[in-house]
Design a binder for this molecule. Structure first.
Ligand SMILES: N[C@@H](CCC(=O)N[C@@H](CS)C(=O)NCC(=O)O)C(=O)O
Length: 256
């Protein structure tokens, strides 16, 4: 049973919170999925990374690393998707499902978040940036090999379990799903070599939050990779998390 299907919490609107994001970024999609899984509405601002908007002076003041996502809750600014998600879960939902409250359960989820941040994400970056930014039109064999190595590790982690962090969907599944669904575009996951991993990704793709928060950006990333062309039609106005969900055609009632 996934958190997306079992949610009972009512939608909360946090008017004092803003997320600067780009849909094609897996790190941003991880935060958007967590927001949707927790039924939290905040202001979302689209930033066009192809135009370098994340390097504008006002963005660099918030995040000297010049990356997205950037999250602001009143005066607090957080610039890492994993830290944003654990903050949101513990500050606003106390969600024992997505982020266990007991020290051991939480450490297991955090271990996977560190795996995503320290192992998976650098592989995504190494393989995709030459295609996104250097006019390279394929994933280099060394990078593809590194990604296959991660698939093997993840396949082994899933022995005897349906989800990475425990018996249900946790924040670790959400972060890993954002990265792995994107890597799957660069180096498709072979079902016969990685049956558990492809089964898990299929289960994740059926979660409501995956459909509302990951699908569209994944498509944008795939088109961007295919064409290496720059999207100009990116939605520019600040809007609410609720508005983004509505555009996917998913009724708000299904999110509760
Ligand atoms: N560990 C960070 C990684 C953030 C990151 O590297 N974001 C990418 C987009 S997915 C970025 O902003 N890259 C800057 C660029 O493409 O110029 C997180 O999880 O938030």
């Amino acid at each position: 049973m996934g958190a997306g299907k079992s949610r009972t919490a009512l939608t909360s609107t946090l008017k004092h919170c803003t997320l600067w994001k780009s849909d094609r970024s897996p790190a941003c999609r991880a935060v958007m999925m967590a927001l949707d899984a927790m039924n939290l509405n905040i202001t979302e601002v689209d930033v066009n990374m192809d135009k370098g908007e994340h390097r504008n002076p006002e963005m660099i003041i918030m995040n000297p690393l010049q990356t997205l996502p950037i999250f602001k809750d009143r005066e607090l600014v957080i610039c890492d998707s994993h830290a944003i998600n654990t903050y949101l879960a513990s500050r606003y939902r106390g969600s024992a499902q997505l982020l266990p409250r007991d020290a051991g359960g939480r450490a297991l989820v955090e271990q996977l978040l560190h795996y995503d941040s320290g192992i998976l994400y650098p592989k995504y970056r190494a393989a995709s940036y030459p295609v996104l930014y250097e006019k390279c039109n394929c994933v280099m064999p060394d990078h593809a090999c590194e990604i296959e190595c991660a698939y093997r590790e993840l396949e082994n982690m899933l022995v005897g379990r349906q989800w990475f962090g425990g018996s249900w969907v946790t924040l670790s599944d959400i972060s890993i799903a954002a990265t792995i669904s994107t890597l799957n575009i660069l180096v498709p996951i072979d079902k016969s070599n990685y049956p558990r991993l492809s089964g898990w990704l299929h289960r994740m793709s059926e979660e409501v939050f995956f459909m509302t928060a990951n699908k569209k950006g994944l498509g944008e990333f795939a088109r961007r990779i295919d064409s290496s062309s720059v999207f100009d039609d990116v939605f520019k106005c600040p809007r609410s998390s609720e508005g983004r969900r509505a555009r996917t055609g998913t009724p708000e009632s299904e999110l509760q």
